[in-house]
Ligand binder design. Structure first.
Ligand SMILES: Cc1cc2nc3c(=O)[nH]c(=O)nc-3n(C[C@H](O)[C@H](O)[C@H](O)COP(=O)(O)OP(=O)(O)OC[C@H]3O[C@@H](n4cnc5c(N)ncnc54)[C@H](O)[C@@H]3O)c2cc1C
Length: 442
């Protein structure tokens, strides 16, 4: 295969397989490089492609849900991952779950039998800057490749073992209880403040220190020993709480300089929420990086006044996670700004989740194929979930860049208010997105 007409895809995970498929179906040759079965990451065990390392769920099915919309957009763009998921699904209520073995078999077969795809086995630790390449080596990218990306490609900030705080939907915060204010009324009132009296703090503290933590995978435990010192700066909130009854009140729950407009007094403790995106549709709970299980996060953080019915757009997580500080480094077609022949895809770009990873592979693949064919690429608008994710990855939010699940908060808002509440609004966003997708891919 000659270099100009062939695209190299590195990593046959969710993103790499989708990218390879999109390239091959456009008549361009693909060299798909995968280090399995020679070498496995700590989470991968099967020699097959697109291995689901944890849950077998591709999450909610309905298009009024952000992840459901993303899946439908991908179906309409002829995604291989969605073909496989639909063909191998198992009953799971309102979710799309798959038989993971059959799912991987379907994808492995489709790619190995494709006449435009050549499978190359072995670990890759560098790329040829003159040929078109998609790097999709995932959140557990092998060390030599991670080093290459950081040192040779100069990608700022590869993060290992990150802890992230939960993100909630602003529309679900009870603003009858919570209020906007800045400490000492300095600057704009950018923070949402959830005030606690002593009794509420007592209850929250008691439940938090005894809440159930997520299990650590063996490989995480090993590395975490090394990492915990580095992590002092973003200690899980439950660990901080266990250090003493008042530790949180001198840390992220400090009430000093904040007056509750309802009482005219300083509360006993305050939980603050910071804007996560420019539109203010998403807020993160400041200092609440956590290792609690997701149901425990919902239960215990739901005790915070104002967050009783909060919708968690993303739960706090703590595990090894390699991702790039993509804003400014990647463009909205997932190619690098410095070398438009080099693309990245998958979790490492800052999207989070199986479907999101595959979705970024779809966009990167379409554009890598266009580059090989000498055609115009496709930048999807932010009215679509695929486009909104690409815009988030290349442009970032207002705070520190962290991996993000598909959610309606990153989508361009509707021009006018929709009557009928959140469900009607989501339906309208989905209808608009799908009509755009149909225009492009129909
Ligand atoms: C432990 C863990 C559990 C997760 N659980 C879930 C979950 O339940 N649900 C969910 O939605 N998301 C989950 N995720 C997040 C994420 O969605 C998945 O990791 C997803 O598989 C990412 O897709 P990807 O294509 O970016 O990477 P992967 O699917 O990991 O694919 C990367 C591929 O690249 C290969 N590779 C790595 N380095 C090299 C190299 N140098 N040369 C050649 N090949 C290489 C790997 O072997 C792998 O096959 C989890 C992540 C982790 C780490």
């Amino acid at each position: 295969m000659s270099n100009e007409k062939t695209v190299t895809v590195i990593g046959a995970g969710l993103a790499g397989c989708e990218a390879a498929w999109q390239i091959a179906k456009r008549g361009v040759k693909v060299r798909l490089c995968e280090m399995k079965p020679e070498k496995y990451t700590p989470a991968h065990h099967s020699p097959k492609f697109s291995e689901l390392v944890c849950s077998n769920s591709l999450r909610a099915a309905a298009v009024s849900n952000a992840i459901g919309l993303l899946k439908e957009e991908m179906r309409r763009a002829d995604s291989l991952i969605m073909r496989a998921a639909d063909a191998t699904q198992v009953p799971a209520g309102g979710a799309l779950a798959v038989d993971r073995e059959k799912f991987s078999d379907y994808i492995t077969k489709a790619l190995t039998e494709h006449p435009n795809v050549e499978i190359v086995s072995g670990e890759v630790s560098s790329v040829d800057p003159d040929s078109i390449t998609v790097i999709a080596t995932g959140p557990l990218t092998s060390d030599p490749m991670a080093e290459y990306i950081e040192k040779e490609l100069g990608c700022p900030g590869l993060h290992f073992f990150d802890a992230a705080a939960p993100i909630v939907d602003f529309a679900s915060v009870n603003m009858d209880v919570a209020f906007f204010a800045s400490r000492y009324d300095k600057g704009d009132a950018d923070y949402i403040n959830c005030p606690m009296d002593r009794e509420q703090y007592d209850r929250f503290y008691t439940e938090l220190v005894s809440a159930r933590e997520a299990e650590l995978k063996e490989f995480d435990k090993e590395e975490q020993g090394k990492k915990l010192t580095v992590f002092e700066g973003c200690m899980p909130i439950e660990v901080m709480a266990r250090r003493g009854y008042d530790t949180m009140r001198y840390g992220p729950l400090k009430p000093v300089g904040i007056t509750d407009p309802k009482t005219g007094r300083e509360p006993y403790a305050v939980v603050q929420l910071r804007k996560e995106n420019v539109e203010g549709t998403m807020y993160n709970i400041v200092g609440f990086q956590t290792h609690l299980t997701f149901p425990e996060q919902k239960r215990v953080f739901g005790l915070i006044p104002g967050l009783e019915n909060a919708t968690f757009l993303r739960y706090g997580v703590m595990h090894r996670n390699t991702y790039m500080n993509s804003p400014g480094f990647l463009a909205a077609d997932y190619s690098t700004v410095a070398n438009r022949k080099l693309f990245f895809a998958g979790q490492m770009t800052g999207v989070e989740g199986y479907v999101e990873s595959a979705g970024s592979g779809l966009v990167a693949g379409i554009n890598a194929a266009a580059r090989a064919l000498g055609e115009e690429g496709v930048i999807l608008p932010r009215t679509t979930m695929l486009g909104a994710m690409a815009a988030y990855v290349s442009g970032g939010g207002v705070s520190k860049f962290t991996p993000m699940n598909a959610n309606f908060g990153i989508v361009e808002p509707l021009p006018a208010r929709v009557k009928g509440g959140k469900a009607a609004k989501n339906e309208a966003l989905a209808a608009r997105a799908l009509s755009v997708i149909d225009e492009i891919f129909g």
